[in-house]
Write a protein that binds this ligand. Structure first.
Ligand SMILES: CC/C=C\C=C\CC(=O)SCCNC(=O)CCNC(=O)[C@H](O)C(C)(C)COP(=O)(O)OP(=O)(O)OC[C@H]1O[C@@H](n2cnc3c(N)ncnc32)[C@H](O)[C@@H]1OP(=O)(O)O
Length: 237
């Protein structure tokens, strides 16, 4: 599930909870979607923090459901789009791991604050799939195409420090990233939607050289990935 908490100071907290690694099951995805809706439609909420329960952000899709579903009725990509469309700033507080769909969720957020011991990565390739929830668009926009390809094709996990240097993470903390994210969200919640729109437009301008906007995966890119990865590969969800 995902728990929605209305905090003081005009903030909302969305906490993923699915032991042992807060993987994104259908129930978790539905919970995130519903919680986001609540936060977005509540005029008193000015900023949103997304985190995981029990000291871990999220290890990606719930692989226990892979045997049950061929497709998921709630698409993580739609949730990522919703976060990006909305005018309220969203901060991802990353503890321990943000992998696969968990990293895509974090990349959809406007800011990422991670603990120094955290790791991030796209292990999809080890399962014979590709990041399918905007990761192949959002990652290159942050780190450039060569570094994004390296991470997606290798499936390796990288440290928070490397992620900071690459530009995947905005800030590393040695304290509790959830508390830090709440403080940060509080600070930026004063920004007007116009200021936020200007900031996201500037980011979009800077990355426009990388091609079409999110939601688009070129055929050539897909073919390239197919070529480089294992036979019998199926596409991400
Ligand atoms: C709606 C879908 C939307 C988007 C889809 C996106 C695609 C993806 O996200 S694909 C990527 C999926 N994630 C992974 O492949 C991660 C796989 N797991 C690991 O690499 C490791 O388990 C680990 C998370 C790095 C943790 O390693 P470690 O600390 O060594 O512990 P383990 O013994 O390996 O695992 C502990 C415990 O967690 C369970 N678990 C791990 N990952 C998942 C997962 N993704 N889903 C469900 N459960 C997971 C693992 O089975 C262990 O459970 P036990 O009951 O303790 O055995």
């Amino acid at each position: 599930m995902a728990e929605f908490t209305r905090l003081q100071n005009c903030l909302a907290l969305i906490r993923l909870r699915n032991p042992p690694v807060n993987a994104i099951s259908t129930t978790v995805a539905r919970g995130i979607k519903e919680s986001l809706q609540k936060a977005i439609t509540d005029d008193t909420v000015k900023a949103i923090v997304i985190c995981g329960a029990d000291g871990i952000f999220c290890a990606g899709a719930d692989i226990r459901e892979f045997k049950v579903h061929k497709t998921f009725d709630i698409q993580l990509g739609d949730i990522v789009d919703e976060i990006q469309r909305n005018k309220k700033p969203v901060v991802a507080a990353i503890q321990k791991l943000a992998l696969g769909g968990g990293l895509e969720l974090a990349l959809g957020c406007h800011y990422r604050i991670a603990h120094a011991e955290a790791q991030v990565g796209f292990p999809e390739v080890t399962l014979g799939i590709l990041p399918g929830a905007r990761g192949t668009q959002l990652l290159p926009r942050l780190v450039g195409v060569p570094a994004a390809l390296d991470l997606i094709i290798s499936g390796r996990h990288i440290s928070a420090n490397e992620a900071l240097k690459l530009g995947i993470i905005d800030k590393i903390v040695n304290s509790d990233p959830i508390e830090e994210s709440i403080k940060f969200a509080q600070r930026i919640s004063g920004q007007s939607s116009q200021e936020l729109q200007m900031t996201s437009d500037m980011v979009a301008d800077k990355s426009s050289a990388l091609g079409p906007p999110k939601g688009y995966t070129s055929k050539a890119t897909i073919e390239f990935f197919f070529y480089l990865t294992v036979p019998g590969l199926c596409c991400g969800m």
